[in-house]
Design a protein around this ligand. Structure first.
Ligand SMILES: Nc1ncnc2c1ncn2[C@@H]1O[C@H](COP(=O)(O)OP(=O)(O)OP(=O)(O)O)[C@@H](O)[C@H]1O
Length: 317
């Protein structure tokens, strides 16, 4: 196991004009990440993802909890842990004036890489940055900058890479490109812990994931396991009386839930249950505006565990 964390907690106290404000950012998080996995921490803004990653990367000290990272104790051996990991923050840290080559070379020297120039060339090539390696950072596109920031975290070939929201703000093409790069890292044996608020990213990229909300893990497993737990299919209905419809359809389903005037009915076998739902609605004179049948998504898992939709938290914006 490359990460074995138990009971991590962190509370921040900040002093403002209105006095001290306390935020329990992380309230007891356990994480077990097997070597070679891409592991996702999925949650809305403010869920505690960055704080968790920073604690694991030895950048902030937990108030409570223990962790072993790459076989080293988080509190007793932080220097050994730092050598074993790469950390790419949300904002990336690409300098405007310096070229990618210079910046990556500095990072290589800082980490004590034996042949810094060769390692720099290798990582720049790997991230398709060779052609633009000598331009000032300010001339790079958002996608290129993001790839430089990952190259900075990888030049010393650490066995474990932390990526804090690596694709936030990227367009779909750059995002898909970065997913491919992250998959390549996994194929080459690097373990990756990434945070994200994109449901699709967690689903497409991660071997396992922890869904976090308000500083706690509300669900953990492979994307398929998590979706199976919620159930097979979701019937989404829009109609005038969602609460009454929920009461009518509830007995025919595993669960019927109204969220923001939308009724979601969770069923095992959607194709066969749908006609029954429709005839029941007709019998009860409940007129529909729209209806759709979908496989459960990670958003349904989030909804089932927290009572809110991750999309409604604004996380997907
Ligand atoms: N240094 C700090 N001082 C005070 N409060 C903080 C500090 N760092 C984080 N917090 C608060 O802790 C909570 C969790 O923040 P964190 O950055 O870990 O969440 P996140 O899941 O990474 O969110 P985002 O997706 O927006 O980055 C938030 O309420 C945040 O405002």
């Amino acid at each position: 196991m490359i990460i074995d964390a138990k009971g991590l907690k962190k509370t921040f106290t900040s002093r403002g004009r209105k006095g001290a404000r306390t935020v329990e950012a992380v309230r007891g998080v356990d994480l077990e990440v097997e070597t070679g996995q891409v592991y996702g921490v999925l949650g809305p803004n403010g869920a505690g993802k960055t704080t968790t990653i920073r604690m694991l990367a030895t950048l902030i000290r937990p108030d409570a909890g223990t962790a072993a990272i790459a076989g080293h104790d988080l509190l007793k051996e932080p220097a050994a842990i730092r050598r074993a990991l790469g950390y790419v923050s949300q904002t990336g840290g690409v300098e405007e004036q310096n070229s990618p080559r210079r910046q990556v070379m500095f990072a290589a020297r800082l980490y004590g890489v034996a042949d810094a120039a060769a390692a720099t060339d290798r990582v720049l090539k790997r991230f398709d940055l060779a052609d633009i390696a000598d331009r000032p950072g300010r001339t790079l596109s958002g996608g290129q900058k993001r790839r430089v920031s990952i190259a900075l975290g990888l030049v010393h070939t650490p066995p474990l890479l932390f990526l804090d929201e690596p694709t936030t703000g990227l367009d779909p093409q750059n995002r898909a490109n970065l997913w491919d790069r992250i998959r390549e890292l996994r194929e080459q044996g690097t373990s990756v812990l990434l945070s994200t608020h994109y449901l699709e990213e967690a689903d497409a990229l991660c071997d396992r994931l922890a869904i976090v909300d308000h500083g706690v893990v509300v669900a953990e497993g492979t994307p398929a396991e998590l979706k199976r737990e919620v159930s097979g299919d979701v019937v989404t209905l829009r109609l005038d009386e969602p609460e009454r419809a929920a009461a009518v359809l509830g007995p025919l389903a595993r669960e019927a839930r109204v969220d923001d005037q939308v009724l979601r009915v969770y069923v095992d076998d959607g194709e066969h249950t749908l006609p029954k739902l429709l005839s029941e609605l007709q019998e009860q004179r409940l007129a529909l505006t729209s209806i759709s049948l979908d496989r459960a998504t990670l958003d349904d898992v989030f909804l089932a565990k927290t009572g809110r939709s991750l999309r409604d938290t604004g996380a997907e914006a």
